[in-house]
Design a protein around this ligand. Structure first.
Ligand SMILES: [Fe+2]
Ligand SMILES: [Fe+2]
Length: 216
């Protein structure tokens, strides 16, 4: 499905820019980062990751899974996706004052570093859950009701600028991988598992899928 291919490509960029953002925040502490780049990172996560990427996930993919595949939107994976989008957008807003102007005090820089770690960890795990569960399982369920493609839209001007700036920031601030974060595929690695979602089998499997499972 072309939309899913596009969303997965966007995940690669968002994943890398999160690592680049962590490098940037680290360099702010020792004074070797350009403070104006904070605004560029903020625009990338707001315009490209939020307004472009999350918007199409919610308004096209999730909408089709609810209306066409008749999956529940008020619990399970679809609720988790919406909640994580809202949560990380809130956390991005918390970082905005530190990104729009250079953090003035040591306390500000320490605070920004903690906020950036929290934000990057959540989005990295969100990307892993979508790549390994939501996208493949969602595509399969849409295929079963005869849907092989979903509509997409081009980036608007602000989103395209944010994407270009994100790619440029990657060069300026080589991405780090955070060894403190355990990443992986499947429901067991998902932030929502055991909290607001009981996992794919409990939330999405039909009687027929359970029957097939037992027969197999
Ligand atoms: Fe998402
Ligand atoms: Fe995503």
């Amino acid at each position: 499905m072309k939309l899913i291919d596009a969303l997965q490509d966007e995940h690669i960029l968002i994943d890398q820019v999160l690592g680049s953002f962590r490098t940037y925040v680290g360099r702010l502490v020792d004074g070797t980062a350009d403070p104006d780049d904070g605004r560029r990172f903020a625009a990338f996560f707001t315009e490209f990751a939020g307004h472009f990427h999350h918007d199409r996930e919610e308004r096209v993919l999730v909408d089709a899974l609810v209306t066409e595949a008749e999956l529940p939107g008020d619990r399970g994976p679809l609720r988790a996706v919406a909640q994580e989008h809202a949560q990380t957008e809130g956390w991005l807003r918390e970082m905005m004052p530190f990104l729009e102007q250079r953090p003035q005090s040591e306390g500000d820089r320490v605070r920004l570093r903690a906020l950036a770690t929290r934000y990057s960890h959540a989005l990295w795990r969100h990307i892993d859950a979508e790549n390994s569960v939501l996208y493949p399982e969602g595509v399969e369920r849409l295929r079963r009701c005869g849907i092989r493609e979903l509509p997409d839209r081009p980036m608007n001007a602000a989103e395209a600028v944010a994407r270009e700036d994100g790619a440029a920031l990657l060069v300026r601030y080589p991405p780090v991988e955070d060894g403190a974060l355990a990443r992986g595929d499947g429901c067991f690695m998902c932030q929502a598992y055991g909290e607001t979602c009981d996992g794919l089998e409990a939330e999405w499997w039909t009687e027929r899928e359970w029957e097939e499972f037992y027969n197999w």
